[in-house]
Design a protein around this ligand. Sequence first.
Ligand SMILES: [Ca+2]
Length: 441
Amino acid sequence: MGTVGSLLRWLLPAFILTTAGAATAAQAPRAPTDAGLGSTSDCARFMRTDLGGLDYPAMLMSSEIVEATDSLPAFCRVTGVIEPQVQFEMRLPLAWNGRYYQRGCGGFCGVISIEKCAPALAGDFVVAANNMGHVGMVVKDPVWGTSPDLRLDYGSLSTHKLAVVAKAVTELFYGRRPAYSYLEGCSTGGREGLGSAQDYPDDFDGIVAGDPAFPGRLGALANNWDARHLLRPDGSSVLTAEAQALLAGAVMSACDGLDGLEDGIIMDPRECAFEPATLECSGAASPSCLTAEQVAAAEALYQGPRNSAGEDLMPGATPHGSELSWSGAGRLALAGGYLRYLAFEENPPADWNWRDFDFDADVEKVEASAALYDPVAPYEAPDLGAFHRRGGKLIAYHGWADAGVRPRPLLDDAAWPRPQRRDEPCRCASGRPRGRGGGGA
Ligand SMILES: [Ca+2]
């Protein structure tokens, strides 16, 4: 996730949710080993193929054979575009294992994360990725958001479009469709995973949804809230690196042992009730205490976005133990661009400032657009019933110290996930400390 990714620190375990009997791609029933052989001539012939008859008209822009390397098999590399502007790339191994792997994107996307497909390609999957319908930079202003069509594709529609087109291209190359299809992604890619399972349950047999940015209004509320408490109006940081280290150390001292083992890991930050006010300077500011301004900032992050009546606006706030990942600039990169180009039905005027967002009056104004991008509204659960009934398998995980997406919604008892909980096939476990999935892409 670019600059944000460089700020990410992983201090705490991830937690993992799976549906019953969930299998990873590697554990899935094996497809026929002789699923397909593509040829050099088939690859060249792609360029004369008419894909205009698909539900989502597409055209291929290039196709070429790429020779095998020490780490990758020989494959046919195909690039193309799906209406209106979903640019994609596919890599079709000449000796195919019969399965399809699609990679999700990160942040505001705008790039094709095809290189992240290398492990799957090495296993002879057909792989594909797309730019979610626009050209841009992952964490830089999404100026393309002025277009309603491009906003729609940034939701789960581009993910679905690629699945439709890529499976058709696969059939053209090998003469058969994939026996099994998989989607993997992190952050925005995790959102794609939950959105796909809910809205297009037949697209994929297995989904890995990492750090899913799935509850609506995330960019408008949570990152905005954090940024305005971490940054002063002049742009300077409230918390110095020393203050963050002091706070992080105190939190760890207070809560490390709650899980029964003092190992520098807080297994479940929800059990940690450390209050930053205990670090507030009693006299002059010093490196061993926090100023009142710093205490207030920390309290605001632990509390999460609220309106003037004190009502929570998002499920789950910033967890204890994530302090070293707090970055006002990182939060602002996500919130500022979202608010200016994606949050409102009509973008605000050029002189609008992100601090102008009103947590009382403006929340309602971002509801409709948030519903375009996110599978669910805050405090609601993705409806995974259809995906579950057709045998789809889902693994969802989230790092407790995620710097851009709050992890609590994935675990919130009020939010997750009703169709599964009824049958109790949803399993949850804390795992080893881990990094953010693929840097958000
Ligand atoms: Ca511990």
